[in-house]
Design a protein around this ligand. Structure first.
Ligand code: ZN
Ligand code: ZN
Length: 286
Protein backbone atom coordinates (compact mmCIF):
# COMPACT_ATOMS: atom_id res chain seq x y z
CA UNK A 1 0.00 0.00 0.00
CA UNK A 2 2.78 2.43 0.99
CA UNK A 3 4.59 1.46 -2.16
CA UNK A 4 1.67 2.58 -4.33
CA UNK A 5 1.31 5.94 -2.57
CA UNK A 6 5.04 6.55 -2.91
CA UNK A 7 4.90 6.07 -6.65
CA UNK A 8 2.01 8.47 -7.30
CA UNK A 9 4.16 10.45 -9.67
CA UNK A 10 1.81 13.36 -10.23
CA UNK A 11 0.37 13.57 -6.72
CA UNK A 12 -1.74 16.76 -6.38
CA UNK A 13 -0.53 17.98 -9.78
CA UNK A 14 -2.98 19.22 -12.37
CA UNK A 15 -3.17 17.49 -15.73
CA UNK A 16 -5.26 19.14 -18.44
CA UNK A 17 -7.36 17.26 -20.98
CA UNK A 18 -8.79 19.19 -23.91
CA UNK A 19 -11.95 17.44 -25.08
CA UNK A 20 -15.46 18.21 -26.18
CA UNK A 21 -16.41 14.54 -26.39
CA UNK A 22 -16.25 13.59 -22.70
CA UNK A 23 -13.06 11.58 -22.97
CA UNK A 24 -12.42 12.34 -19.30
CA UNK A 25 -14.91 9.54 -18.55
CA UNK A 26 -12.43 6.99 -19.91
CA UNK A 27 -9.20 8.66 -18.79
CA UNK A 28 -9.89 10.23 -15.39
CA UNK A 29 -10.44 7.12 -13.23
CA UNK A 30 -7.32 5.39 -14.53
CA UNK A 31 -5.03 8.43 -14.54
CA UNK A 32 -6.04 9.88 -11.17
CA UNK A 33 -5.87 6.55 -9.36
CA UNK A 34 -2.46 5.64 -10.69
CA UNK A 35 -0.68 8.99 -10.60
CA UNK A 36 -2.49 10.92 -7.84
CA UNK A 37 -3.09 13.86 -10.20
CA UNK A 38 -6.30 15.81 -10.59
CA UNK A 39 -7.55 15.90 -14.14
CA UNK A 40 -8.98 19.18 -15.35
CA UNK A 41 -11.14 19.24 -18.45
CA UNK A 42 -10.69 22.12 -20.86
CA UNK A 43 -13.38 22.73 -23.47
CA UNK A 44 -12.30 26.19 -24.61
CA UNK A 45 -11.10 25.00 -28.01
CA UNK A 46 -13.15 23.12 -30.58
CA UNK A 47 -11.13 19.95 -31.19
CA UNK A 48 -13.29 19.20 -34.24
CA UNK A 49 -11.29 21.95 -35.99
CA UNK A 50 -8.40 19.47 -36.03
CA UNK A 51 -10.43 16.90 -37.97
CA UNK A 52 -13.58 14.80 -37.70
CA UNK A 53 -14.33 11.16 -38.44
CA UNK A 54 -17.33 12.19 -40.53
CA UNK A 55 -15.00 13.80 -43.10
CA UNK A 56 -16.63 17.26 -42.90
CA UNK A 57 -13.28 18.50 -41.55
CA UNK A 58 -10.22 16.58 -42.73
CA UNK A 59 -7.48 15.90 -40.21
CA UNK A 60 -4.43 17.61 -41.71
CA UNK A 61 -1.89 16.14 -39.31
CA UNK A 62 -0.95 12.64 -38.22
CA UNK A 63 -2.61 11.02 -35.22
CA UNK A 64 0.43 11.76 -33.05
CA UNK A 65 0.83 15.38 -34.20
CA UNK A 66 -2.88 16.04 -33.69
CA UNK A 67 -2.62 14.73 -30.12
CA UNK A 68 0.42 16.98 -29.56
CA UNK A 69 -1.52 19.96 -30.86
CA UNK A 70 -4.45 19.21 -28.54
CA UNK A 71 -2.05 19.08 -25.58
CA UNK A 72 -0.48 22.38 -26.61
CA UNK A 73 -3.90 24.08 -26.82
CA UNK A 74 -4.92 22.57 -23.48
CA UNK A 75 -1.75 23.83 -21.79
CA UNK A 76 -2.21 27.31 -23.22
CA UNK A 77 -5.84 27.54 -22.08
CA UNK A 78 -5.38 26.09 -18.60
CA UNK A 79 -1.90 27.23 -17.52
CA UNK A 80 -1.29 23.65 -16.35
CA UNK A 81 2.19 22.19 -16.92
CA UNK A 82 1.15 18.67 -17.84
CA UNK A 83 -1.30 17.85 -20.60
CA UNK A 84 -2.95 14.72 -21.87
CA UNK A 85 -4.77 14.09 -25.14
CA UNK A 86 -6.55 11.28 -26.88
CA UNK A 87 -6.69 10.80 -30.63
CA UNK A 88 -8.19 7.84 -32.45
CA UNK A 89 -8.02 6.52 -35.97
CA UNK A 90 -10.24 4.10 -37.84
CA UNK A 91 -9.55 2.10 -40.93
CA UNK A 92 -8.83 -1.44 -42.05
CA UNK A 93 -6.37 -3.78 -40.43
CA UNK A 94 -3.08 -3.63 -42.41
CA UNK A 95 -3.24 -7.34 -43.37
CA UNK A 96 -6.77 -8.56 -42.67
CA UNK A 97 -10.15 -7.40 -43.99
CA UNK A 98 -11.45 -6.24 -40.60
CA UNK A 99 -12.10 -2.71 -39.31
CA UNK A 100 -9.32 -1.47 -37.10
CA UNK A 101 -9.25 1.14 -34.34
CA UNK A 102 -5.99 2.62 -33.09
CA UNK A 103 -6.34 4.70 -29.93
CA UNK A 104 -3.54 6.94 -28.73
CA UNK A 105 -3.42 8.60 -25.32
CA UNK A 106 -0.50 11.00 -25.09
CA UNK A 107 0.94 12.73 -22.02
CA UNK A 108 3.34 15.65 -22.07
CA UNK A 109 5.14 17.25 -19.13
CA UNK A 110 6.24 20.67 -20.28
CA UNK A 111 8.76 21.37 -17.51
CA UNK A 112 10.48 18.02 -17.98
CA UNK A 113 10.03 18.08 -21.77
CA UNK A 114 8.87 14.50 -21.34
CA UNK A 115 6.40 12.78 -23.63
CA UNK A 116 4.88 9.32 -23.23
CA UNK A 117 2.25 7.58 -25.32
CA UNK A 118 -0.21 4.81 -24.60
CA UNK A 119 -1.57 2.81 -27.52
CA UNK A 120 -4.39 0.34 -27.93
CA UNK A 121 -5.22 -1.33 -31.22
CA UNK A 122 -8.31 -3.44 -31.72
CA UNK A 123 -10.82 -4.85 -34.15
CA UNK A 124 -13.42 -4.29 -31.44
CA UNK A 125 -15.23 -1.40 -33.12
CA UNK A 126 -18.67 -0.96 -34.64
CA UNK A 127 -17.29 1.14 -37.53
CA UNK A 128 -19.78 0.60 -40.34
CA UNK A 129 -22.03 2.36 -42.84
CA UNK A 130 -25.05 1.78 -45.03
CA UNK A 131 -26.37 3.39 -48.18
CA UNK A 132 -30.06 2.68 -48.41
CA UNK A 133 -33.46 3.86 -49.58
CA UNK A 134 -35.32 1.65 -47.14
CA UNK A 135 -36.14 2.64 -43.57
CA UNK A 136 -36.52 -1.06 -42.69
CA UNK A 137 -32.93 -1.64 -43.78
CA UNK A 138 -31.86 1.39 -41.77
CA UNK A 139 -33.51 -0.10 -38.68
CA UNK A 140 -31.74 -3.43 -39.16
CA UNK A 141 -28.44 -1.58 -39.55
CA UNK A 142 -28.77 0.52 -36.42
CA UNK A 143 -29.68 -2.54 -34.34
CA UNK A 144 -26.57 -4.29 -35.59
CA UNK A 145 -24.24 -1.42 -34.59
CA UNK A 146 -25.59 -1.11 -31.03
CA UNK A 147 -27.98 1.84 -31.41
CA UNK A 148 -29.08 3.85 -29.47
CA UNK A 149 -26.18 3.53 -26.95
CA UNK A 150 -23.99 3.96 -30.03
CA UNK A 151 -25.10 7.05 -31.96
CA UNK A 152 -25.37 7.31 -35.71
CA UNK A 153 -24.71 10.02 -38.30
CA UNK A 154 -27.02 10.38 -41.28
CA UNK A 155 -27.02 12.41 -44.52
CA UNK A 156 -28.70 12.46 -47.93
CA UNK A 157 -27.23 10.90 -51.10
CA UNK A 158 -23.83 9.57 -50.20
CA UNK A 159 -20.84 9.63 -47.84
CA UNK A 160 -19.62 13.05 -48.97
CA UNK A 161 -22.87 15.04 -48.77
CA UNK A 162 -22.41 18.07 -46.55
CA UNK A 163 -25.92 18.09 -45.05
CA UNK A 164 -25.00 16.06 -41.98
CA UNK A 165 -27.14 15.16 -38.99
CA UNK A 166 -25.01 14.04 -36.08
CA UNK A 167 -25.81 12.84 -32.59
CA UNK A 168 -28.83 10.72 -33.51
CA UNK A 169 -29.45 8.62 -30.40
CA UNK A 170 -33.11 7.63 -30.25
CA UNK A 171 -35.64 6.06 -32.59
CA UNK A 172 -37.84 9.13 -32.86
CA UNK A 173 -34.93 11.26 -33.99
CA UNK A 174 -33.76 8.51 -36.30
CA UNK A 175 -37.10 8.47 -38.11
CA UNK A 176 -37.19 12.27 -38.38
CA UNK A 177 -33.59 12.45 -39.58
CA UNK A 178 -34.09 9.62 -42.05
CA UNK A 179 -37.18 11.28 -43.55
CA UNK A 180 -35.49 14.65 -43.79
CA UNK A 181 -32.41 13.18 -45.52
CA UNK A 182 -34.62 11.09 -47.81
CA UNK A 183 -36.53 14.22 -48.86
CA UNK A 184 -33.24 16.00 -49.68
CA UNK A 185 -31.84 13.09 -51.67
CA UNK A 186 -32.02 13.14 -55.48
CA UNK A 187 -30.98 9.48 -55.66
CA UNK A 188 -33.58 8.30 -53.16
CA UNK A 189 -30.81 7.02 -50.90
CA UNK A 190 -29.48 8.10 -47.54
CA UNK A 191 -26.07 7.41 -46.05
CA UNK A 192 -26.00 6.18 -42.47
CA UNK A 193 -22.81 5.61 -40.52
CA UNK A 194 -21.66 4.88 -37.02
CA UNK A 195 -20.72 7.94 -34.96
CA UNK A 196 -17.13 7.38 -33.81
CA UNK A 197 -16.90 10.34 -31.41
CA UNK A 198 -16.03 9.11 -27.93
CA UNK A 199 -19.21 10.24 -26.15
CA UNK A 200 -21.28 8.70 -28.95
CA UNK A 201 -19.52 5.36 -28.98
CA UNK A 202 -19.13 3.28 -25.79
CA UNK A 203 -17.02 0.68 -27.63
CA UNK A 204 -14.51 3.36 -28.58
CA UNK A 205 -14.60 4.81 -25.05
CA UNK A 206 -13.53 1.37 -23.77
CA UNK A 207 -10.61 1.32 -26.22
CA UNK A 208 -9.53 4.79 -25.07
CA UNK A 209 -9.49 3.48 -21.50
CA UNK A 210 -7.25 0.60 -22.63
CA UNK A 211 -4.84 3.09 -24.24
CA UNK A 212 -4.82 5.06 -20.98
CA UNK A 213 -3.92 1.84 -19.14
CA UNK A 214 -1.05 1.26 -21.54
CA UNK A 215 0.19 4.80 -20.86
CA UNK A 216 0.06 4.19 -17.12
CA UNK A 217 1.95 0.91 -17.35
CA UNK A 218 4.73 2.68 -19.30
CA UNK A 219 4.82 5.67 -16.93
CA UNK A 220 5.03 3.36 -13.93
CA UNK A 221 8.24 1.76 -15.13
CA UNK A 222 11.00 3.59 -13.27
CA UNK A 223 14.64 4.22 -14.10
CA UNK A 224 16.82 2.00 -11.86
CA UNK A 225 19.42 4.79 -11.70
CA UNK A 226 17.45 7.99 -10.99
CA UNK A 227 13.89 6.77 -10.44
CA UNK A 228 12.38 8.83 -13.28
CA UNK A 229 9.11 7.58 -14.73
CA UNK A 230 8.70 6.06 -18.15
CA UNK A 231 11.76 3.83 -18.33
CA UNK A 232 10.72 1.77 -21.36
CA UNK A 233 12.22 0.09 -24.40
CA UNK A 234 13.37 2.81 -26.75
CA UNK A 235 15.16 0.71 -29.36
CA UNK A 236 14.93 -2.83 -30.70
CA UNK A 237 18.13 -4.08 -32.31
CA UNK A 238 17.60 -6.76 -34.96
CA UNK A 239 20.05 -9.51 -35.94
CA UNK A 240 19.12 -12.61 -33.95
CA UNK A 241 21.14 -15.53 -35.43
CA UNK A 242 19.32 -18.22 -37.40
CA UNK A 243 18.98 -21.60 -35.65
CA UNK A 244 20.43 -23.44 -38.69
CA UNK A 245 23.06 -21.27 -40.36
CA UNK A 246 23.80 -18.77 -37.58
CA UNK A 247 23.54 -15.73 -39.85
CA UNK A 248 21.97 -12.61 -38.30
CA UNK A 249 18.37 -12.04 -39.43
CA UNK A 250 15.46 -9.66 -38.93
CA UNK A 251 14.33 -10.94 -35.52
CA UNK A 252 15.14 -8.92 -32.38
CA UNK A 253 18.56 -9.59 -30.85
CA UNK A 254 18.27 -7.11 -27.98
CA UNK A 255 16.05 -4.43 -26.51
CA UNK A 256 17.49 -1.18 -25.23
CA UNK A 257 15.81 0.99 -22.59
CA UNK A 258 17.02 4.53 -22.04
CA UNK A 259 16.04 7.02 -19.33
CA UNK A 260 14.87 10.36 -20.73
CA UNK A 261 16.26 12.15 -17.69
CA UNK A 262 19.68 10.70 -16.80
CA UNK A 263 20.30 8.72 -20.03
CA UNK A 264 20.90 5.54 -18.03
CA UNK A 265 20.79 2.68 -20.53
CA UNK A 266 19.91 -0.95 -20.03
CA UNK A 267 20.20 -3.76 -22.57
CA UNK A 268 18.17 -6.93 -22.62
CA UNK A 269 19.80 -9.59 -24.80
CA UNK A 270 17.69 -12.31 -26.43
CA UNK A 271 14.23 -11.08 -25.33
CA UNK A 272 12.60 -13.77 -27.51
CA UNK A 273 15.16 -16.61 -27.27
CA UNK A 274 18.76 -17.15 -28.41
CA UNK A 275 18.08 -18.15 -32.00
CA UNK A 276 15.54 -17.39 -34.70
CA UNK A 277 13.50 -20.03 -36.49
CA UNK A 278 14.95 -20.84 -39.92
CA UNK A 279 11.63 -19.83 -41.50
CA UNK A 280 12.61 -16.17 -40.93
CA UNK A 281 16.07 -16.63 -42.46
CA UNK A 282 16.82 -15.00 -45.82
CA UNK A 283 19.55 -17.61 -46.45
CA UNK A 284 17.79 -20.84 -45.34
CA UNK A 285 14.30 -19.78 -46.43
CA UNK A 286 14.76 -17.15 -49.11
ZN1 ZN B 1 17.27 7.91 -14.99
ZN1 ZN C 1 19.59 -19.58 -41.77
Amino acid sequence: MCEIVEKQIYKSRKIVLLTKHKKDRAIRPILEKATGCSLIVETGFDTDKLGTFSRDIKRPKSQLDTARLKIKKGLQLSKACIGIASEGSFGSHPYMPVPWNVELVLLYDEKENFEMSGIYESSDTNLDHLLTGSFEEALTFVKKIGFPQHYIIIRPEDSENNKIIKGVNNYERLKEAYEWCYSKSCSGKVFIETDMRAHANPTRMKNIAKAAEDLISKLMSFCPNCGAAGFIITERVRGLPCELCGLPGEMVLKNISKCYKCSHTQEQLYPNGRTASAQYCNFCNP
